[in-house]
Structure formats: structure tokens, C-alpha cells
Design a protein around this ligand. Structure first.
Ligand code: ADP
Length: 197
């Protein structure tokens, strides 16, 4: 569960967040809606520990985010960016394995249990058949689902998603939102941003 209490943040003398308070529990989805420049990314960066120096408090599963080390935070919270076409030709399984191996050293090898976690995450999202495919050759909607699978393989129960339906056609937007609703039904906590109510 995620709780934000009286959160304020400024870039220099430009205030962006002003005494923001909310909480999202297990099985809940909170959608942050606002036009470009409203401060959605700034809020997420504070929650993810990328921006420090905020006023107020952020609690992750009841612990102050300020006291959590990077690997602990990565295990508790997974950030899901918008899907872009990557430069390298990774397979879908490799992309998801990167989530299963997060928090390990730079030269660590994935273990059998990491591959099991990655394949399980693909299965939850109905992507098993794509495991050996080239990630770069998937559709935008499929790539977004693979990034969600990567977050599940990371083992985090709180998913923070930056405009997961941006740049997708209407059918894929609905498909992604149905999967996200399915994850909350399974007890995940989801915080997502959109500029499209
Ligand atoms: P959103 O994600 O809703 O589009 P942002 O959080 O990216 O909004 O931006 C909120 C405001 O903060 C905008 O006015 C933006 O110009 C400003 N801003 C974002 N990042 C920086 C930065 N690194 N330095 C200064 N101002 C910034």
C-alpha cells in the first residue's frame, strides 16, 4: 500500500506539488489525471525516490520511503515506462528477465528461478506465446504488456505506470486497461497517470 501525506515539491522557486495527500491500498487503482505540465511525472519521481528534497511524507507498505534503500524500494515499487522501440534486439523473455534480476549485481546471471518468475509473469498477461519473439518487432500494445510483465517479474506489489495507454489505438487502450483491472483484482496496487480521462 502507498500513502502520500502533505507532499510538496518545487523545482528551485517553481512550486509544482502543493500539500498533496492520498493513499492507494491493495487491490486499488488510482488514476492521476491532468494535462501535460500538471506535475504527474514529478509526483511519480518523488514516489520512486528519483527526486529527493520534497516536503511531507511518502509511506510504502507503512515504511517511510526516505529510509528505504534502492533495492528495497525496487522490490516494493515497480515503475512501468511508456513502451518505446529499443535499439537492441532483445527477446521478450530477456526483457522480462531484466525485471526478475533487478536488484542483482551488474554481471549477475539469471538463475532458473528468475526464468520461472519471468515465464509466470508472461503467463499472467497471456503472453507466453511471445516469449522467444524479438521485443522490437511487437506491436505497441504488446510491448506495453511486456513491460507490465517485467514489473510483475520484479516481484513488486505496487505498480506505477506512466501513461500506459499513450500512443495506442483504442482497441489496445481497452485491452491494456482490462489487464490492469485484472491485476488490481489480484490484489496489486496501481497508480497510473493519463491526460485522457
Ligand atoms: P506532467 O508529467 O504532468 O506532464 P511534469 O511533472 O513533467 O508534468 O512537469 C510539471 C512542471 O514542472 C512543468 O511546468 C515542467 O515544466 C516543470 N518541470 C519538470 N521537470 C523539471 C525540471 N527538471 N526542472 C524544472 N522544471 C521542471
Amino acid at each position: 500500500m502507498l500513502e502520500v501525506r502533505q507532499l510538496s515539491f518545487s523545482y528551485g522557486n517553481k512550486p509544482v506539488l502543493d500539500s498533496l495527500s492520498f493513499s492507494v491500498g491493495a487491490g486499488e487503482l488510482l488514476c492521476v489525471v491532468g494535462p501535460n505540465g500538471a506535475g504527474k511525472s514529478t509526483l511519480f519521481k518523488c514516489i520512486l525516490g528519483i527526486l529527493q528534497g520534497y516536503d511531507g511524507d511518502i509511506f510504502v507498505h507503512g515504511r517511510s520511503q526516505r529510509t528505504m534503500k534502492e533495492p528495497e524500494l525496487a522490490h516494493a515499487l515497480a515503475y512501468i515506462p511508456q513502451a518505446h522501440i529499443p535499439v537492441y534486439g532483445y527477446s521478450v523473455l530477456d526483457v522480462v528477465l531484466m525485471g526478475a534480476c533487478s536488484g542483482k549485481g551488474m554481471f549477475a546471471q539469471p538463475r532458473a528461478q528468475d526464468e520461472t518468475a519471468a515465464r509466470q509473469a508472461l503467463k499472467i498477461l497471456g503472453l507466453e506465446a511471445l516469449a522467444e519473439r524479438n521485443y522490437a518487432e511487437l506491436s505497441g500494445g504488446e510491448r506495453q504488456l511486456v513491460l507490465i510483465a517485467r514489473a510483475l517479474a520484479q516481484g513488486s506489489r505496487i505498480l506505477v505506470m506512466d501513461e500506459p495507454t499513450a500512443n495506442l489505438d483504442y482497441g489496445n487502450q481497452v485491452r491494456i486497461m482490462e489487464h490492469i483491472a485484472g491485476l488490481t483484482a489480484d490484489g496489486y496496487t496501481v497508480l497510473l497517470s493519463t491526460h485522457n480521462p
